[in-house]
Unconditional design. Sequence first.
Length: 225
Amino acid sequence: MTPPTDRKPAQVWALLSLLLANLWPVAGVYLWGWSLTELLMLYWLESAVIGVFTVLRMITAHQEGQPLLAQVGVKMVTVPFFLFHYGLFWLVHGVFLVILFARDAIPAVNGLNTLLFLPINYSLSEAALFAWPLALMLLSHGVDFVSGYLVTGENRRSAPQRLMMQPYARVFVLHITIIVGAFLVLAAGQSRMVLLLFVMLKIVADVLAHMRGARRGSVSQVAAV
């Protein structure tokens, strides 16, 4: 069995990249006057990034000692199921956000659009605004994937079935935090200071979720020894 790898450097790099990605919304509010709607939809897009890297984790998982054919068979079932289930969950949440917080910002709807595509259409209409922060989020989660999952060898101790369930807890808590914070912002007024406090609330939720994930990985690493 592969000896355990020290996870601390990976955790540090992942945390730094996470904080870096979260600094862009701070700049967006402070320098460019981002609105609550733009922040909410950016965080919704981040949920898609989490889903993408969950799929990559499932695909690259390779439990030592398990037959290769059996592992491929499991992935052929779990990956499509996750894409459908998580994708639907993500789209429904996006519709919920658009209806509640972006009703006036919804682009024109033609006959080819359905309710589920409203958040995607809105995001495409704001592609220039979301491009750089989304790229930083991809970089942040990519650093965590490489340094905290592949390099540490966690992919050799992870089952696709378990990986499939991991993002739900993080995304659910994050979504609840964001929605509650959004209603508080509406109640207090969308001043720059209130929006910055909202962004800080999201950063705290992100850091706590990252630390819980890091502890979970450390426990599974010790159990595998």
